[in-house]
Design a protein around this ligand. Structure first.
Ligand code: 0L1
Ligand code: MG
Length: 261
């Protein structure tokens, strides 16, 4: 696929995000042979466009990090994308649903590194030794595709459905936390909607950061220090509606919540 088509598809998907309009996935039409590599090229072009518009990258995010999601998509590798400054919301805030098309939420453990991590060969132990803080978060995902219906290259092109990030205020160093054993409870309006553990994220959330470093190394890039990194959903993603009070409690990391208005 030539650069003109990459740019046209990036314009199309970025436009769908800005107009809050759901669209048909490119692999259905007009790019039935869309490859994963092309998906990342489209994502990179969307990121360039956002930066040119004055937005700033907040940090990288990993997606499809649970066995269930990978099986569903028939893949063995997770994917990565980027959150941006305009996506971030604070714990306890009111978030306007008009910003989204059909939002879903998932509980995540976030990492902030002390120093850049350069793959290949990064291990979980190296990630943990280089972690300044972990924090609880709710990721708001909002595929630009009709009914969240996509193939792997499509979702990569769509910046892994990145749309929102509600950051908790508890930050902890990882030393005394068994991050794989931590339980997460997602409630909506006080009703339990999903339960999970840190182990649902590639066996341990630090594995997701290691995989990110090793995937970025293929492009000669590092995982930067100081940026919030989302490691992937601890439970399945759950659809939310206007008026919902969304809360995530993660053992040892406290609660993060918001109201969707
Ligand atoms: O953060 C994620 O795991 C989302 C990856 C994209 C899949 C989806 O939109 O459900
Ligand atoms: Mg996620």
């Amino acid at each position: 696929m030539g650069t003109d088509r990459i740019k046209a598809l990036a314009d199309f998907l970025h436009g769908a995000e800005k107009k809050r309009t759901e669209v048909l996935r490119p692999s259905a039409d007009p790019a039935p042979d869309l490859t994963l590599e092309e998906g990342y090229l489209i994502q990179e072009e969307i990121i360039r466009q956002k930066l040119a518009e004055g937005h700033k990258i907040l940090g990288p995010k990993m997606g499809l990090t649970s066995d269930a999601k990978m099986k569903q998509m028939n893949v063995t590798d997770p994917i990565y994308g980027y959150t941006f400054d305009y996506m971030v919301e604070n714990h306890g805030s009111t978030v306007m649903i008009d910003r989204f098309i059909h939002p879903k939420v998932e509980p995540e453990i976030g990492f902030i590194l002390k120093q850049d991590l350069q793959g290949p060969g990064i291990t979980r132990a190296q990630v943990l030794a280089n972690t300044a803080f972990v924090f609880p978060a709710i990721e708001i995902i909002d595929s630009r595709y009709e009914n969240f219906n996509f193939t792997l290259p499509d979702v990569v092109a769509d910046n892994t459905s990145a749309a929102g990030l509600v950051m908790g205020t508890t930050i902890k160093t990882p030393e005394n936390l068994e991050l794989d054993a931590l339980g997460a409870v997602l409630t909506i309006n006080g009703e339990v909607k999903a339960l999970g553990t840190g182990a649902a994220v590639l066996g341990h959330p630090a594995n997701a950061v290691a995989r990110l470093a090793n995937m970025l190394a293929l492009k000669g890039e590092k995982v930067p220090a100081g940026q919030p990194i989302l490691t992937g959903g601890m439970t399945e993603a759950v659809r939310i509606e206007r008026g919902d009070f969304v809360s995530v409690k993660i053992d040892g990391l406290g609660e993060v919540s918001f109201i969707m208005a």
